[in-house]
Write a protein that binds this ligand. Structure first.
Ligand code: ATP
Ligand code: MG
Length: 726
């Protein structure tokens, strides 16, 4: 690989960014303009041309998938292993730092990472132990409060008493939560970031070491950094010029979780000798897709403002499909995917993007019944399934007895006769003596006073955990996992469970053993030579919490990609389906009355549209069952913001397509002449002969009401009914 080949595939502005001498740099540009490409090439340039050692490169991005892709792209460019580079998510890098410096971070070596559902469980238990009514103190709300404080770098002790009772109580809960986590060695996601910041802030030697080690610090998706992430970056690059960030204000989509778009402005203030580079050519999407996305985002106020252009042709217009209901929507999408694959397209080039995880099920079912391999990112991920979490909880306890969340999770799973009363007693002791549940359980047993039955049951549980620990010494990781799922009797529990998808759960547990077998310590982003002292089991467990979902299928499998719009950030696909584009769903119900949130939804729409390279389908349903409720949503306002010339409505039956009309109110849409007339006599394969009473809708939604001689009045979907005119 020579020097020129790193930069000859770049345009002038990109090249300037890649080769600029060390100075704080901000690349500010729209979707698909090559920001990530520039970042990757700059890293390659430094290693190849400037001779910067690979291990002194730090690159932070937002999702595990993006980090993996970045690593892959660098390996491809330089034909070297990217292993020594520190590439990862903020959480992944923070975790790595905390593992290496647990002591300085004031954490036990065996600390465990909790995901948000673990965190919620801990908070629920805490509220109960404080005798707080959950109706008045919803655990979810407390979770949001605590995380929001942490994202701002605020500990409970930092919050001044304003005399407000409500605030006082929340701070009390926050403090109790901190104590409990410290005692149990539990670290939630927000804590990872906050601790990593405190680690650098409070340990001069550690900070100096990393400031020296990282000769270059790169950040992708900078617009979505929160206060603590940015503070952490500033510490690392303090007094130096080695920070290179890329971002797009129009793609800031994590404001609801504390991201600060203002960091883009702060950057320019904090690094006065910075240089800004703008990129304006889009290399990803066709003209129609790009122009439509530009128009949509133009409806937001206060943008930094930029217009993207492309040299590639207009391509096809965006295809709009109005589905009859959510099943019809899924059916349509999966059919289109089938013809894409039949025409030689790769499944992995196809993405179905939705606003909310709950939407994935319909598509999964249809994909499953048609035997189309797919992969869901996020949602109920593999490692978040109850059976998997139960197994992991056993494993965690064998590694760390004081992990209260795990203790609580499995003390009576499978049921072993340990009742709520015993558990309450354990909790009380734990709270009074400020010890872990494990320690409290032992104390309860020794102090006596329990019924023989309860005492035996509790004793058996403690013995089981100790036994699992001794039995697994010296075993391979997967053997450990296997032994634990069996001896804990989880497998047996689910085998007996015929009703509640027991079989699937058993399979999932088997898959966990498999995942452990395939678990490659070296491939985990946070591992390097210095982490060797961490046990493989601990690595596996930490990885399970951090990389949930990444074990579902092999990355090289050719499968359709399903994900939320949020997790699609930074990615691109040849064929994209943007589904459920309806008022109340996208934009979400909570955002429609709030200008700020509505604009964030619009940015999300911009992100979604600009994922598409060649083909973009947008769908909405006229009726939808979601969260167990039936609704009749209106098409999203974002559709109205797409000029008609860039979009065409899909007509399943008609041979020609016409410009989209749904963007008008439904009553004003043009009625296409139907094949059928009122009063006409028709015949149906199953229902026999009848007379047409009413017609409604059009295209795929055209419905017809018929009075059949034999079965009476029925509504049918014309495109599916296969009627013959008599
Ligand atoms: P996003 O805002 O969505 O993260 P981005 O600005 O990071 O987008 P990239 O993903 O880096 O954009 O690039 C978009 C696509 O355009 C990629 O497929 C990339 O390889 C391609 N691309 C970027 N620059 C060039 C170029 N100069 N020549 C050819 N292809 C390019
Ligand atoms: Mg990018």
């Amino acid at each position: 690989m020579d020097v020129t080949s790193i930069i000859d595939s770049l345009n002038d502005a990109q090249r300037a960014a890649v080769t600029a001498p060390s100075q704080p740099m901000l690349v500010l540009a729209g979707a698909g303009s090559g920001k990530t490409r520039v970042l990757v090439h700059r890293i390659a340039w430094q290693i190849q041309v400037l001779g910067v050692p690979a291990h002194s490169i730090l690159a932070v991005t937002f999702t595990n998938k993006a980090a993996k892709e970045m690593r892959g792209r660098i390996e491809e460019l330089l034909n070297i292993s990217a292993q020594p580079l520190w590439i990862g998510t903020f959480h992944g890098i923070a975790h790595r730092l905390l593992r290496r410096h647990a002591k300085q971070a004031k954490l036990p070596e065996t600390f465990q990472v909790m995901d948000s559902s673990d965190q919620l469980r801990v908070i629920k238990r805490l509220l109960a132990s404080l005798n707080l009514d959950e109706a008045k103190w919803p655990a979810k709300q407390m979770l949001w409060y605590i995380n929001a404080q942490k994202d701002e770098g605020v500990r409970a002790r930092h919050i001044a008493d304003s005399g407000d009772m409500l605030q006082r109580q929340m701070v009390t809960i926050y403090r109790a939560y901190e104590e409990l986590c410290d005692r149990s060695g539990l670290v939630d996601f927000a804590e990872l970031l906050l601790r990593a910041h405190e680690l650098l802030r409070d340990n001069e030697d550690v900070l100096a070491f990393y400031q020296q080690r990282f000769r270059q610090v790169h950040v992708d998706e900078f617009q979505d950094t929160n206060t603590i992430q940015y503070a952490w970056l500033r510490l690392l690059t303090q007094g130096k010029d080695n920070i290179f960030v890329v971002g797009d204000d129009d793609q800031s989509i994590y404001g609801w979780r504390g991201a600060k778009i203002e960091n883009i402005y702060s950057f320019q203030k904090h690094y006065p000798n910075h240089q800004v580079i703008k990129l304006e050519q889009n290399y990803r999407s066709t003209g129609n897709i790009l122009k439509a996305a530009n128009k949509v985002i133009a409806n937001n106020d206060g943008r930094m403002g930029k217009e993207l252009w492309t040299e590639s042709g207009d391509g096809e217009p965006i295809a709009l499909y109005a589905a009859f209901n959510e099943q019809d929507e899924a059916h349509f999408v999966v059919e289109r995917i089938r013809s894409w694959v039949n025409d030689g397209g790769m499944r992995s080039d196809v993405a179905i993007l939705y606003r909310s995880n709950a939407q994935s099920r319909q598509f999964e079912e249809k994909l499953m019944t048609t035997g189309t391999p797919y992969r869901v990112y996020g949602g109920l991920r593999f490692f978040e399934r109850a059976e998997i979490k139960n197994a992991l909880a056993y494993l965690r306890l064998t590694s760390n007895r004081h992990d209260d969340a795990s203790f609580e999770r499995v003390i009576n799973t499978p049921t072993r006769g340990i009742g709520a009363k015993t558990l309450d007693e354990i909790r009380n002791i734990a709270r009074d003596r400020a010890v872990s549940l494990w320690t409290a359980a032992i104390a309860l047993l020794t102090q006596g006073g329990m019924s023989a039955r309860a005492g035996n049951a509790l004793d058996a549980f403690l013995i089981l955990i100790k036994q699992l620990d001794t039995d697994t010494v010296g075993l391979e990781l997967f053997e450990k996992v296997q032994l634990v799922v069996e001896k804990s009797q989880l497998i047996e529990l689910y085998k007996k469970d015929k009703a509640d998808k027991g079989e699937e759960k058993v399979e999932n547990l088997e898959e966990l053993v498999n995942a452990a077998r395939l678990f490659d310590k070296a491939s985990v982003q946070m591992v390097d030579e210095n982490d060797a002292n961490l046990s493989e089991l601990d690595m596996f467990l930490a990885n399970a919490a951090l990389e949930a979902g990444d074990m579902q299928g092999d990355d090289f499998d050719d499968c359709v990609q399903l994900m939320t719009l949020h997790s699609a950030k930074g990615l691109e696909f040849k064929l994209v389906f943007l589904v459920g584009v309806e008022e109340g769903l996208f934009p979400s119900q909570q955002s429609v009355d709030d200008v700020g949130r509505l604009e964030e939804e619009r940015r999300l729409c911009y992100v979604g549209m600009t994922r598409a390279m060649q083909h973009l389908y947008i769908t909405y349903a006229e009726s939808r069952r979601l969260y167990g409720r039936e609704s009749y949503p209106r098409p999203s306002r974002f559709l109205r913001e797409i000029p008609a010339e860039h979009m065409q409505e899909v007509r399943l039956r008609a041979s020609v397509s016409r410009p989209a009309t749904v963007v008008k109110p439904r009553s004003g849409s043009i009625q296409m002449p139907s094949r059928y007339k009122l009063g006409q006599r028709v015949s149906h394969v199953k229902f026999g002969e009848g007379v047409v009473l009413q017609l409604e809708g059009e295209g795929a939604q055209e419905r017809i009401q018929i009075n059949f001689k034999q079965v009476g009045i029925k509504w049918l979907i014309v495109s599916m009914a296969q009627l013959d005119v008599l």
